[in-house]
Design a protein around this ligand. Structure first.
Ligand code: HEC
Length: 150
């Protein structure tokens, strides 16, 4: 009996963990992915913003810890500005500044979205420390970054 109960608790916990995950993903898909596409672009000329992978990587490079990462996303999405932007200048030249999403997304939703981005994108070298990560990115991903206009 005791065993059964703990099994149920474990199951309930893992279900709620999955749901939290799904809702960040679902929110991103509903509110951000029309601009920040989630696959490798097939037609670059139709892109209206850098893909999800690119924005996550740039924010992560500047804010490797989750708390700072989430704080940046929560602020930038509501109050974007050229001064705060972390991506390279030509990104804004090409796509213009991101329009504020303040009427489109709540701070609670953004919290879940930021959590989802941090946990699921730009994972490379997570356990290498910042220097190692930057090094690997510059070696391996420079071409990608150029392609993405970041
Ligand atoms: C109408 C299109 C559009 C929508 C919708 C949109 N974005 Fe953006 N976003 C952009 C553009 C364009 C840029 C690149 C220019 C810039 O950095 O402001 C950008 C840049 C970003 C950046 C990088 C900021 C930096 O430091 O340069 C983040 C992070 C971001 N968006 C997150 C989000 C999230 C999260 C959502 C959903 C709540 C979202 N965006 C919805 C167009 C959009």
């Amino acid at each position: 009996m005791k065993l059964k109960l703990s099994l149920i608790i474990v199951m309930a916990l893992s279900i709620s963990a999955t749901q939290a995950h799904t809702s960040g993903e679902a929110l991103f898909k509903a509110k951000c992915s029309m601009c920040h596409i989630m696959h490798r672009p097939s037609d670059f000329s139709k892109m209206v913003a850098p893909p999800v992978m690119g924005i996550t990587m740039h924010v992560k490079m500047a804010h490797p810890n989750k708390k700072g990462f989430k704080a940046f996303i929560k602020d930038y999405v509501i109050h974007p500005s050229k001064e705060k932007a972390l991506c390279e200048k030509n990104t804004i030249q090409r796509f213009n500044l991101m329009p504020s999403q303040k009427d489109n997304v709540t701070p609670e939703e953004l919290d879940k979205i930021a959590e989802y981005l941090y946990d699921n994108f730009a994972q490379k070298g997570n356990n290498m420390g910042c220097r190692g990560m930057m090094h690997k990115m510059h070696r391996g991903m420079h071409k990608d970054m150029k392609i993405y206009g970041m």
